[in-house]
Design a protein around this ligand. Structure first.
Ligand SMILES: Cc1cc2nc3c(=O)[nH]c(=O)nc-3n(C[C@H](O)[C@H](O)[C@H](O)COP(=O)(O)OP(=O)(O)OC[C@H]3O[C@@H](n4cnc5c(N)ncnc54)[C@H](O)[C@@H]3O)c2cc1C
Length: 507
């Protein structure tokens, strides 16, 4: 395969998150010599993995890394470097983009552009991704559910008693709550302890994350090699700048170069863009894959708020709370206006998490609040803009200059959500926007498109500039939609892997 004669590997994949590991899972049986390079190490179990204080106050699992924001302020990002990437901490909600998300959508503050292909292209891969990640869900409940067979391996995770009550009250006020599709083995998760969920690390305890569901099952293939603790610094091109010839990485204090025929960059939307920019050379002075000048641009991260619906007279004793969502305002505000977004339950919050966001508040008050709140995640689309971007400063540090968009729709969605919760019997409704330092749903920085002048990647995630380079992680997403991104990343990774098999591995 490829044209390289000095290849040690046929394919190098950089990064073991949802994008890299899902792609590896599909390519492993091809017989191609594949090297997966991961900066982090496997996440070991520890008491801290079950400790809110360690996770939310002490930042025990956050990286020893500082980025700059658009104002030049340093911050420690909530971006996780372990085998399996950010999915080790994810909420495992596996929702498909809506069919309408693949077309152009109009918002008061701008346009969400059409994808270079429609939903039907991805539908079979969504089904395969659902099966791979062992997603559990119920068909036919979601008010704007996309068409096509689902790959669910079983029925949705059941509501705990207090959440069944919430579902009932929501039905009564006329909204249509549906069961969240989840990549979760609930019995294994609860067997580890009565811990909450979102942002809690998975140490082999029930989250179907990239490592558990996609990577581990294919490591026994003799043609697959995993290298951890290896941080990629840059990619090198051949003399004419047209093909990638090597990856340069740092491992145990040593710098190494590894040659291959084909390279897949899957380091996450922020780091993949940074690696491409950092790899600038005489032939590609603005960075690799960047003749369009779009690498790093169009950064999106969703507009999200936490919403606590409180009834002082009703306790919420749920342990695993995250089983419900509402899409009634996804495609329209219900009054003839534009799309607003998705509302889904968070993992149950506890007093310690609340205090981490309100340091002056006494812990006993936060514990009381957490015992009486039903906790929601309110999410609206972030629209692509060339000015919202990842770049490097003169010292090579990552600058994340995120320009939020579409906040009018987000504010409307919050207003709707609050009205629904009050009607459903929660007289106190509190909300707080999610922290800018946590780019949980980062995407869009190396987008796909049909036109090399406006997109770095073709619709199969191949670089227009370098025919042996693919970028397969959240950076390919041309729009963020208003649902969680992981299933769409996984579906596209399977589609891209099939394309690589067809075009690169059949000679
Ligand atoms: C707390 C939290 C909750 C979330 N909940 C959900 C949810 O419920 N549903 C959902 O769909 N999504 C959720 N997400 C988002 C989801 O986890 C991500 O969209 C997805 O994991 C992104 O996958 P990726 O492959 O793009 O990148 P990543 O997961 O970022 O993987 C990139 C990998 O590359 C490695 N890497 C980075 N730089 C280098 C380098 N220089 N050299 C070598 N390796 C490198 C990283 O260590 C990492 O393993 C959540 C995220 C967080 C943080």
């Amino acid at each position: 395969m490829g044209e390289s004669t000095d290849s040690v590997y046929d394919i190098v994949i950089i990064g073991s998150g949802i994008g890299g590991s899902t792609l590896l899972n599909r390519l492993a049986d091809s017989g191609a010599r594949i090297l997966m390079i991961e900066r982090g190490q496997p996440l070991a179990d520890s008491a801290d993995a079950r400790d809110s204080q360690a996770i939310f106050f002490d930042g025990r699992f956050r990286p020893q890394e500082q980025w700059l924001d658009g104002n030049g302020e340093l911050f420690n990002p909530g971006n996780y470097y372990y085998l399996g990437g950010n999915s080790k901490f994810y909420g495992a909600v596996m929702l498909r983009y809506r069919e309408e998300d693949f077309g152009e959508l109009k918002f008061d503050e701008g346009i969400s552009p059409a994808w270079p292909f429609d939903y039907a292209q991805l539908a079979p891969y969504y089904q395969q991704a659902e099966a791979l990640y062992r997603v559990r869900g119920n068909e036919g409940e979601d008010s704007c559910e996309p068409s096509g067979a689902k790959g669910y391996v079983g029925p949705a995770v059941a509501d705990e008693t207090d959440i069944a009550g919430v579902r009932e009250r929501l039905h009564r006020v006329g909204v249509r709550p549906f069961s969240l599709p989840l990549a979760l083995d609930i019995d294994r998760w609860l067997a580890r302890g009565n811990t909450p969920w979102d942002a809690f690390p998975d140490t082999g305890c029930g989250k179907m994350d990239a490592e558990a569901a996609a990577l581990r099952p294919v490591l026994e293939h003799p043609n697959v090699t995993l290298m951890t603790g290896a941080r990629v610094r840059r990619l090198h091109t051949e003399a004419d700048g047209k093909r990638i010839c090597a990856v340069e990485l740092e491992r145990d204090g040593e710098v190494e170069r590894i040659h291959a025929g084909l390279f897949v960059l899957s380091a996450g939307a922020i780091n993949s863009a940074a690696i491409l920019l950092r790899s600038a050379n005489a032939q590609c002075p603005t960075g690799l894959a960047n003749s369009s000048d779009q690498v790093g641009r169009n950064f999106m991260n969703h507009n999200c708020s936490a919403l606590l619906a409180v009834n002082p007279l009703r306790r919420n004793d749920s342990v695993y709370q995250k089983t419900l969502a509402i899409n009634d305002f996804y495609l329209s505000d219900g009054e003839g206006g534009g799309p607003l977004g998705n509302i889904q339950l968070l993992g149950k919050v506890d007093g310690c998490m609340l205090k981490a966001n309100a340091k002056a508040a006494p812990l006993f008050a936060m514990n009381w609040l957490a015992r009486h709140s039903v906790d929601w995640y309110v999410m609206s689309e972030d629209l692509p803009s060339p000015d919202s971007r990842v770049r490097l400063d003169a010292a090579g540090r990552i600058v994340l200059d995120w320009r939020r968009s579409n906040m009018q729709a987000h504010r409307k969605l919050l207003k709707k959500a609050k009205a629904v919760m009050r009607a459903a019997g929660y007289p106190i409704v509190l909300s707080q926007p999610f922290d800018r330092r946590t780019p949980s749903h980062q995407c869009g920085t190396v987008r796909i498109g049909n036109d090399p002048a406006s997109a770095p990647l073709d619709p199969y995630c191949r670089s227009f500039d370098h025919s042996n380079l693919f970028v397969m992680d959240a950076s390919f997403l041309p729009t963020s939609a208003a649902v969680n991104p992981a299933l769409t990343i996984a579906a596209q990774a399977l589609r891209v892997a099939d394309h690589i098999k067809l075009t690169e591995l059949t000679q």
